[in-house]
Design a protein around this ligand. Structure first.
Ligand code: B3K
Ligand code: ZN
Length: 882
């Protein structure tokens, strides 16, 4: 039922947008549910907006009958293709009824109505964003068509005891023959992508919630019986999210019930369907024995994200899919702010920027680069990207920073008020924020339309006679994504100056009569500009782009000792970490180039050794500081990448750090942290676990024997998954043979826990070295491996291709050929997942020549095929461009 490509993919362009010809005011859906066959009668109440026929989307549907205003239609009354149903209509209103048959069990693409789990015990569910509803019924499947819904579900009561759809419950009852029904009414007009149903054997946990504006809401989290006891943290996160959105944005929930359902079979993280969120179990289930601290944080964040969509996405939705970041960038920003409030704000910022650099910067530097608001696409599912999500969030953050806390809230209030119930655009968003603050934000529109990461090059010039310090700033965005000429963007640069002794200097900028404050934000909005500071007594150390105030690459030629000043003294937690990252980068460059006597290496290791000995620093921040940029970020530091060399140099760097701190100090710290081992989730315990892991990894580099023994003990005694998995990872990286029995124990212990097994797969997929591909291939033979489950595919194949650079980029190209075979097999089952995994080939052109040649042959071979899905063809076609 998946689309195969034998003609070039059609391209959809933002410039071609036309408002819908017909509105669908109300939808009635009557499902007769079955695993092999489901029948659906849909009644659409239509109203004309503009002249023209009624054109509905519909794919893979078996049309059983259709009536128009009660009159049966014959084939002569309409034109049916494999993706549309077109009916010429004369009146301005009409009622169209269609009956179609669907085959959920055959739907391996997990788009539309499908089966999660086995035929005997699994359940039915839907996924409609972006264009899944057209796999369920004939409909104008576009987000600017919003309708109220009445949904009736009928099914065998024993097989499908639970029947759910979005909206408020509106009756249920028994039917003859052991069947039953349930009805749901959603009074809030919504686009079809937010429709959802779930039917099957599920258990639930519930909570009675009262919104700030007094509505009683029944919260239900549903999951299969074997995992329902792992939903409590999600419920807790949901309640906190609801309160936070009331307090921070004045947003209340708007239905009487809110359902959240967990499934193990899902293409992405979760889905914000109105009143019926559906989650990949990975982002909903958590228990101390089988989830890591990171996973708890992900559950908290994703639950919040989907809940926040109820306003930023559902009540105000997108006019078209080009505006996707209107809901996604904004909701990521809201989610990040929530997580920062629930946890540590500086650590959250570090995590978010690290993700941006790891995922979005490489995307924006190659052939998959696109603006936050793309101007064209051939498969919209391939645009749920780090650029639309993460960079989109950075753009909202810049706007929020510009308007200030109260101004941003005023702007958001106006945005929600003005566009409630509408399908809006990025322009609408900027206008609302600007109008509420009497500010013109249109210059920021350029950020949405221009692809590529801007580079901000800064130089400092000190004039001792004039006691003046000048920063010269130059911005440029490299050509790319079909855009040759790039415009200058407004770039907010938050900055401070430090004395060499680590004190922050009072700032007197050009227009200031006297100095005030120690931190300022200047907006650089032309290609070149300068900032002048007066009354500066000596050459200062500038702390630039504090808090990562804009998503740019900053270039400033710091000397190692200047970075060391910031690393020791900057009070901006993010910039302190950033100074460490920059310094580690310089140290890496020196080691790579064979400079053993490196000032950067000694400055970095010395500063960190001093911080290591300083008991006042937070454990979690210290753990972050002790982590240099990863292999993927380090790619950027050389024109041609050789993953073996990058890895070896990074290990050398870490070894220098471990040596500087010393084996005995590392051991003593490990013992002290081990004595604090706890089975609780409080921030201090999480931070201790995180630091313990870093310390053990460092110890493994200078005293492998001791570290391996400690890892074995830690694995045996771990009270929870964080310590258990960390021990396994340290051991696996240090001595894979020694890890083998522990991996066996793990496999046995979690034989029935799919999410824990995924971690077992992905840990092994990450282990570097010569035998990596063979190890992965052997794991494919495990009885629990299947290409049909997206989480399993991602944990083994996705992790290997994306997070094991030395294993994947073997010089003989064997791993490239292996991945190509897997992609073809996967594509036949699930094109969305295949397309996502295929992005691992992105960046092949920047490999060193031997690997480049091997990768090119494979990518070009795949891209030349005509039997692949639209999703995969689109990615391969772009990646092949290099
Ligand atoms: N809106 C969904 C993503 C849908 C992806 C469709 N291919 C989840 C989210 O961002 O909240
Ligand atoms: Zn989202």
């Amino acid at each position: 039922m998946n689309d195969r490509v034998d003609t070039p993919n059609p391209v959809i362009r933002l410039a071609d947008y036309c408002p819908p010809t017909w509105a669908v005011e109300h939808v009635e859906l009557d499902f007769d549910l079955g695993i092999d066959r489901t029948e659906l009668e849909a009644t659409l109440r239509l109203r004309r907006h503009a002249p023209g026929p009624l054109r509905l989307n519909g794919e893979g549907l078996e049309l059983l009958e259709a009536t128009l205003d009660g009159r049966p239609l014959t084939a002569a009354d309409y034109t049916l293709t494999d993706s549309t149903l077109e009916i010429p209509l004369e009146n301005d209103t009409a009622v169209l009824r269609t009956r179609v048959a669907l085959r959920p069990a055959e739907n391996t693409a997990f788009e539309g109505l499908y089966l999660s789990g086995s035929r005997d015990s699994g359940f039915l569910l839907t996924q409609c964003e972006a264009e899944g509803f057209r796999h369920i019924t004939f409909f104008p499947d576009r987000p600017d068509v919003q309708s109220t819904y009445t949904v009736t579900l009928r099914a065998d009561k024993a097989r499908f005891p639970v029947l759910l759809a979005g909206g408020n419950p509106d009756g249920e009852g028994d039917l003859d023959g052991g069947r039953h029904w349930a009805r749901f009414v959603d009074p809030h007009p919504k686009p079809s992508y937010l429709f959802a149903l779930v039917a099957g054997r599920l258990e639930r946990i519930s909570h009675d919630y009262t919104t700030a504006d007094g509505r009683a809401v029944a919260l239900h989290i549903w999951a299969e019986a074997d995992v329902i006891d792992r939903c409590d943290y999600a419920m807790d996160s949901l309640i906190r999210s609801m309160r936070w959105d009331e307090e921070t944005y004045g947003r209340n929930y708007d239905l009487d019930v809110f359902h959240v359902v967990a499934t193990h079979d899902f293409n992405m993280g979760a889905m914000e369907n109105k009143g019926l969120n559906i989650f990949n179990a990975k982002y909903l289930l958590a228990d101390f024995d089988s989830s890591t601290d990171d996973e708890y944080r992900h559950v908290e964040a994703v639950v919040a994200h989907e809940y926040f969509h109820n306003w930023s996405g559902n009540r105000v939705t997108c006019r078209d899919w080009f505006q996707l970041s209107l809901k996604e960038g904004l909701t990521v920003f809201r989610e990040q702010s929530f997580s920062a409030d629930m946890n540590s704000a500086p650590l959250k910022r570090i995590e978010d920027v690290a993700l941006l650099r790891r995922a979005q910067f490489p995307e924006d530097a190659g052939p998959l680069s696109h603006p936050v608001r793309p101007s064209e696409y051939s498969e919209i599912n391939n645009f749920y990207t780090a650029t639309v999500y993460e960079k989109g969030s950075e753009l909202v953050r810049m706007l929020a920073g510009k308007l200030g806390k109260e101004g941003f809230r005023r702007g958001m209030d106006l945005y929600f008020k003005r566009h409630d119930g509408q399908a809006a655009t990025i322009e609408d968003f900027l206008s609302a924020l600007g109008d509420a603050n009497d500010t013109d934000l249109t210059p920021y529109l350029a950020w949405y339309g221009q692809a590529g990461t801007p580079r901000l090059s800064v130089t400092g010039q000190y004039d001792a006679d004039a006691r003046r310090y000048t920063l010269h700033m130059r911005q440029r965005t490299p050509a790319g994504a079909g855009q040759i000429e790039k415009v200058a963007l407004p770039i907010p640069v938050k900055l401070a100056l430090f004395g060499k002794d680590g004190t922050m200097l009072p700032l007197r900028l050009e227009d200031d009569v006297q100095a005030h404050g120690t931190e300022r934000t200047v907006v650089i909005d032309s290609a070149e500009s300068r900032v002048v500071f007066h009354d500066v007594d000596a050459v200062p150390v500038p702390s630039l782009l504090r808090g990562f105030s804009a998503p740019v690459i900053l270039e400033f030629d710091y000397a190692p000792d200047e970075l060391a000043v910031l690393l020791r003294h900057d009070v901006d937690g993010f910039n302190r970490w950033e100074a460490g990252q920059q310094l580690a980068g310089l140290a890496y460059d020196d080691l790579r180039d064979g400079h053993q006597e490196s000032a950067a290496v000694s400055a970095w290791t010395q500063a960190l050794a001093a911080l290591f000995a300083d008991s006042s620093i937070d454990d979690a921040l210290l753990a972050e500081l002790l982590t240099p940029p990863g292999e993927i970020e380090l790619v950027e530091r050389q024109p041609e990448r050789d993953p073996e060399r990058i890895r070896a140099t990074r290990v050398q760097l870490l070894t220098a750090l471990a040596q500087r701190i010393g084996a005995s100090a590392l051991r003593a710290r490990y013992d002290a942290l081990r004595a604090r081992t706890s089975n609780t989730l409080d921030a201090a315990s999480q931070a201790a676990r995180q630091l313990k892991r870093r310390v053990l990894d460092l110890l493994a580099l200078v005293d492998a024997g001791a570290a391996q023994q400690l890892a074995q003990d830690q694995f045996a005694q771990a009270p929870g998954m964080t310590d258990r998995l960390a021990a396994l990872s340290t051991l696996g990286h240090s001595d894979i043979a020694a890890a083998a029995p522990l991996l066996g124990t793990f496999r046995e212990r979690y034989a029935d826990n799919a999410l824990a097994l995924d971690k077992w797969y992905s840990l092994q997929a990450q282990l570097p070295g010569d035998g990596a591909l063979e190890r992965v291939m052997a794991l494919e033979g495990d009885a629990t491996f299947t290409l049909r489950n997206p989480n399993r595919v991602q944990s083994l194949i996705g992790t290997f291709a994306r997070a094991n650079p030395t294993g994947f980029h073997r010089t003989d190209g064997a791993a490239y050929r292996w991945l190509a075979d897997r992609l073809v097999a996967l594509d036949a089952l699930n094109p969305q997942v295949a397309a996502r995994v295929a992005t691992a080939f992105n960046g092949w052109k920047r490999l060193e020549p031997v690997r480049r040649e091997a990768a090119h042959a494979v990518v070009a071979g795949l891209a030349a095929r005509t039997d692949l899905s639209r999703d995969l063809t689109d990615i391969l076609g772009r990646v092949a461009l290099g």
